[in-house]
Design a binder for this molecule. Structure first.
Ligand SMILES: *Cc1c(COP(=O)(O)O)cnc(C)c1O
Length: 231
């Protein structure tokens, strides 16, 4: 079941990569992050056994429980909003924090990373469609934060993360992903070392990859619908 789903998702990623035209700066491959949030830890173990290495979780507490069972395998991505008071735990748990969305959080993560003797990899999350219910930097706030990034020596900014609005017509997400890629290119001019552009989830990852994503975060297409009635 998971094996079949994984094969289908990987095929669709490969086909989308083949349809790519102009997005040279993000390379020729895309990394699949398996989003295991709200699924039991068995799902993480099953994913690792099938060769998936990147695991996405959106809550610190849930990731902590899973990492007690799987302490030393996987590359763990935090993809959900992080409160500053959980920065310390997030630095201890995650390899890549994709959802950095405020100056305060940058400062808190930098301090936590210093205390833990770690250089923390992060992405800056953009709220391109200005959705009120979503987090992420608005573009003007992002523009203001870019010149300050060197003041966080314990953070390594590796790129950008974008969530597109949920639309029935996935073509409606394309302009959002195009803008994400444009922001990525602009940032790369200033910081040539950046390389990651995380865009796309189950319903829109093919469009995101066509528009330059090199990380996709997929849950439902791999594991089925999440059951939010449990816990
Ligand atoms: C839950 C989540 C995903 C995965 O969503 P699916 O639609 O199940 O693929 C991806 N990105 C973020 C930020 C999420 O919160």
């Amino acid at each position: 079941m998971l094996k079949d789903n994984l094969h289908k998702v990987q095929t669709r990623i490969a086909e989308a990569l083949a349809r790519r035209t102009e997005t040279k700066l993000t390379g020729t491959e895309a990394t699949l992050v398996a989003v295991t949030k709200n699924h039991p830890v068995d799902v993480v173990l099953e994913s690792l056994a099938l060769g998936i290495t990147n695991i996405g979780e959106n809550r610190v507490q849930e990731a902590k429980e899973k990492r007690t069972v799987v302490p030393d395998r996987g590359v763990w991505h935090l993809i959900g909003h992080l409160q500053t008071n959980k920065a310390r735990q997030a630095v201890a748990l995650f390899d890549l924090i994709e959802s950095v969305d405020s100056q305060r959080l940058l400062a808190a993560l930098d301090k936590a990373a210093l205390q833990q003797g770690k250089v923390q990899d992060i992405l800056l999350q953009l709220n391109i469609a200005r959705e009120e219910q979503k987090t992420g930097f608005l573009l003007e706030d992002y523009q203001a934060v870019v010149p300050t990034l060197d003041s966080y020596p314990n953070l390594r900014v590796r790129g950008l993360m974008v969530i597109a609005p949920l639309c029935d017509d996935i073509e409606a997400t394309r302009p959002v992903f195009k803008e994400g890629y444009r922001c990525f290119c602009e940032l790369k001019k200033l910081r040539p070392e950046i390389e990651l552009l995380s865009m796309g989830m189950t319903h829109d990852f093919t469009v995101a990859v066509e528009e330059g994503a090199n990380i996709v975060r997929v849950g439902t297409a791999l594991f089925g619908k999440r059951d939010y009635t449990k816990k």
